[in-house]
Design a protein around this ligand. Sequence first.
Ligand code: SF4
Length: 191
Amino acid sequence: MLSLTPSHIIEYLFCPRFSYFEYVLRIPQYEGKFYKVRRGRAVHQQKTTRNPLYLRKKLGVLEKYTNQYLTNELLRGEVDEVLLLADETMAPLDYKFAVYEDRIYDTYKTQLYCYAWLIQTHFGAEVNKGYLVYTRSRSKVVEVSITNENISSIQQIAQKIRKIIQQNRYPKATKYKKRCVSCSYRNICIR
Ligand code: SF4
């Protein structure tokens, strides 16, 4: 059974053809600098020591489930923390070994949307927000709103990736041509 990760979704959003070259033709990716930096920010973060008490005070958390490895029919992922909030909704919390720079990267949001979908299916709970903790900004906690549209866009992308991989569909190129400059597939990718 096909099981995607938030990385697959982030790659697809960078360029849908990554999914084809990497998972249909099985050509390994030598990551271009631009892409690598972006994905590195989102996925391969170094984790840090966590303080279990401050979140309860700060966010009104009733219950906290740590390092939750969750799956559903298409996606899998490990959520640093799943929080049960006072209004009985749940929220993913993700630690970032990063400095907060007054904006939230799209890759971070995409990860939280993926986790929201996983939490919905696993716990059967409503999810309308997530949290990022920037450990290099004195553990600043930033709330990210999550709508049903955000979750459904992830579901649609997962379905598109499924079709690419299972039906050998060759997808459209990214519309951002500057991403092609440092792409390791540029020699085989006809634009
Ligand atoms: S060369 Fe451009 S269109 Fe082709 S895979 Fe790379 S980023 Fe996508």
